[in-house]
Ligand binder design. Structure first.
Ligand code: AMP
Length: 488
């Protein structure tokens, strides 16, 4: 059952904004939640980001608030009437941007406040008066304490990604914020799972909520092709570059398990010539937003990120997701690969398992997604170095390696996309090299005296006690996987 937005009887300014966004039919969460929210009931919704959840709560809230709409410049005429709480700055920013688009033809005002940046501009916005306030809990409390935000006229509260807010430890902050709100209000809670903690939270703050569940939280989209490779840590970067090159991948998320690993990997991939940004909690807010904007604009090809930083980000059409580290939580696997294969598009999810604890983590994923996972070997195109070249960097690298990966990623985005649509086949087009990091232009400095070239360490580790043989042929399974592009 799919129904059209035109059946909803949305007010004209909202209907116009929705039409402009190109939405025609409602997503399942919208179909179920919009009428309930319009009727003023509380909602407990199990829906992940990517399901159209933001419109599912914001459109009916905006519709209900239209009765307060006015063009007055007086701040007193624009009290906060709807509060949307989210766990991370990026999510808050993303949701606020969407709400602005939905409300663009109304006189309802909205703004967003989150930590990590100066409070002053946020204070100015709040003092002007806003009807919809999107916020992360910590910064909102700062504004409440500074008397910049007054919440005694709030009629609607949305607790979005509530499970993640509890994971991060926001429960005390949430309790405090909720204590400032009028008891008479509509409360909407969205969460990927209904854990006992979430149910307790709902029990305390929601009144007779209507439960809406759209997709089972642990489902992986059937449009995502999933591969698990057995690869030692030292070879993971090389494997990633090879897959990017051979599959003609234009953009990908690369997930790692730690902030430190995230920063390190992003730097190494950047040195390999791939346009890379890192997204993790230790980055300044400005850096995080810039990294995201650059990725969305196609100026960055690989976004290396941790789970918390990336959870729920609405970045569509990412052709591939790499699990450079197998996530500690099987559920995070589902969230990670949910970045690709959205809305029926096909996607690729590649995971690298390197022994140790990984076997157990892979078994957990297998159980959760109820699919048998085959660990495949990575056969590198050549297990023999084609000669070492010093490329002006600190390290020697294999001839042709990073350069080939760059060939794909240096192409203009439209052309890469066109190639990818054609099936990624054919040889990557060559394009002038991207401007190089000045670091690469520094004179060559010899590395540590005992430093083993990366290719040598990798080959030794992959085949202990065995020389590097040029006769090792790729196994068919992987050859078939990689058939789409021949390196020149
Ligand atoms: P969300 O789950 O709210 O983060 O939404 C995911 C993406 O789906 C956003 O980019 C929305 O703009 C988009 N979207 C939401 N509702 C619809 C719809 N009914 N039709 C098409 N796209 C939609």
């Amino acid at each position: 059952m799919t129904s059209s937005f035109s059946n909803l009887m949305l007010a004209e300014p909202l209907a116009r904004a929705v039409a402009e966004m190109g939405y025609e039919t409602m997503t399942p969460i919208q179909e179920q939640a919009i009428p309930v929210v319009l009727s003023g009931q509380d909602v407990m919704g199990a829906a992940q980001t990517g399901t159209g959840k933001t419109a599912a709560f914001s459109l009916p809230l905006l519709q209900r608030m239209l009765k307060h709409e006015n063009a007055s410049t007086s701040p007193a005429r624009h009290p906060v009437r709807a509060l949307v709480l989210l766990p991370t700055r990026e999510l808050a920013d993303q949701v606020a941007q969407q709400i602005k688009l939905y409300a663009k033809y109304t006189n309802l005002r909205s703004t967003v406040v989150f930590g990590g940046i100066d409070m002053k501009p946020q204070t100015l916005e709040l003092k002007k008066g806003v009807e919809v306030l999107v916020a992360t809990p910590g910064r909102l409390l700062d504004h409440i304490e500074a008397k910049n935000a007054v919440l005694n006229q709030v009629e609607y509260v949305v607790l979005d990604e509530a499970d993640r807010m509890l994971d991060i430890g926001f429960l005390p902050d949430l309790q405090r914020i909720l204590s400032y709100l009028p008891k008479q209000r509509t409360t909407l809670l969205f969460s990927a799972t209904f854990s006992p903690e979430i149910k307790r939270l709902a029990g305390s703050y929601l009144q007779n909520p209507v439960t809406i569940e759209v997709a089972r939280p642990n489902e992986t989209a059937s449009t995502v092709e999933q591969h698990f490779y057995s690869v030692i840590d030292d070879d993971k970067r090389r494997a990633l570059r090879q897959i990017v090159r051979q599959r003609g991948i234009t953009q990908a998320f690369v997930f790692v398990n730690s902030k430190l690993g995230c920063a390190r990997l992003a730097r190494s991939l950047e040195r390999d010539g791939l346009r890379t940004s890192a997204l993790h909690g230790d980055k300044s807010q400005d850096e995080r937003l810039k990294a995201l904007a650059a990725f969305k604009a196609g100026e960055v090809d690989l976004l290396v990120c941790t789970d918390v930083a990336a959870r729920g980000l609405d970045i569509k059409d990412v052709p591939a997701v790499f699990n450079f580290d197998i996530p500690f939580n099987a559920e995070d696997y589902v969230h990670r690969i949910g970045r690709t294969g959205r809305a029926g598009a096909s996607g690729l999810a590649v995971s690298f398992a390197s022994g140790g604890n990984d076997a157990r983590l892979v078994a957990d994923i297998e159980k959760l997604i109820k699919k048998k996972i085959e660990l495949e070997p990575v056969e590198f195109e050549e297990d023999r170095p084609r000669g070492r070249i010093n490329d002006g960097r600190r390290h020697w690298r294999e001839e042709g390696e990073a350069g080939d990966a760059r060939d794909v990623l240096d192409q203009p985005r439209e052309r890469r996309d066109a190639d990818a649509r054609r099936g990624g086949g054919g040889r990557p087009h060559r394009a002038p090299a991207a401007p190089r990091d000045p670091f690469f232009d520094k004179p060559y400095e010899p590395g540590q005296p005992d430093a083993t070239p990366a290719w040598e360490a990798a080959a030794k580790a992959a085949a202990p006690g065995r020389g590097i043989s040029s006769n090792i042929k790729p196994k068919r399974k992987v050859a078939a996987l990689f058939k789409s592009a021949e390196p020149s």
